[in-house]
Design a protein around this ligand. Structure first.
Ligand SMILES: CC(C)(COP(=O)(O)OP(=O)(O)OC[C@H]1O[C@@H](n2cnc3c(N)ncnc32)[C@H](O)[C@@H]1OP(=O)(O)O)[C@@H](O)C(=O)NCCC(=O)NCCS
Length: 202
């Protein structure tokens, strides 16, 4: 049984072509998780997008923005994953085939970039097969080794590790630190608990 047969599905299954002109982008809600799951994974088979399981989408739903038509039809989604103040990553950005080429993808990407700015993130990265789309939005191609956080998060366990056909891109300065994997900065010292210093409960 598919997840969508268990959960309420929005108008995204409508066969009529949505009017994308007035597409609006908003933060995703848990109720969007089924639509996100189905759209993202419809493009994971050929490696266009990383496969995301349903639980992972629910857990990270606050990372997602969704685009919808004036009539509230789900058109697409994208996520901004925060590594830290030094770096965020645009993930799972996709627009339904019938809504492509009408501005929804650009609106989603702009909203994610604005969110990164609001969070004070210095740089945004992504891996993609379509760098030309991201050139429009100020990204440039970089060597993937400058993004250790991304590599440790996703690439290590990816079956395409040694046959990756994606290019790494960054918008903003190259990150000078990493928080995953062998860090380029010393680990901060953990605060040590000293026995006897905690007052007993009253
Ligand atoms: C990439 C994608 C999200 C773009 O969404 P979209 O709604 O079609 O894009 P828009 O209509 O907002 O296009 C914005 C601009 O990018 C350009 N553009 C769109 N797709 C492009 C592509 N594949 N390559 C180069 N430029 C592209 C448009 O011409 C437009 O340029 P303009 O502002 O000068 O007119 C959509 O094509 C998609 O879902 N692709 C499949 C999933 C995918 O590959 N995601 C990226 C994973 S990293």
């Amino acid at each position: 049984m598919s997840i969508s047969s268990l959960m309420p599905v929005s108008e995204s299954t409508s066969s009529s072509r949505p009017r994308v002109g007035g597409a609006a982008v908003r933060k995703a809600k848990l109720q969007d998780a089924v639509n996100i799951f189905e759209l993202v994974n419809s493009l994971s088979g050929d490696g266009t997008l990383l496969r995301r399981n349903y639980a992972e989408i629910c857990e990270n739903v606050r990372d997602f923005a969704v685009a919808e038509s004036e009539g509230g039809v789900f058109l697409g989604c994208g996520a901004l994953h925060l590594y830290g103040p030094h770096l965020a990553e645009v993930r799972s950005i996709v627009v339904k085939p019938e809504a492509k080429g009408q501005g929804a993808g650009g609106k989603l990407l702009r909203a994610l970039l604005e969110e990164g700015e609001e969070q004070g993130v210095a740089s945004v990265c992504l891996f993609t097969r379509i760098p030309d789309f991201f050139f429009h939005f100020g990204f440039r191609v970089v060597d993937r080794t400058v993004l250790p956080d991304k590599i440790y998060k996703d690439c290590q366990n990816c079956p395409r590790l040694y046959a990756c056909d994606e290019v790494a891109m960054v918008r903003g300065p190259l990150p000078r630190i990493a928080v995953l994997g062998p860090s380029k900065i010393p680990q901060p010292e953990l605060v040590k608990l000293q026995t006897g210093t905690i007052p007993p409960p009253k």
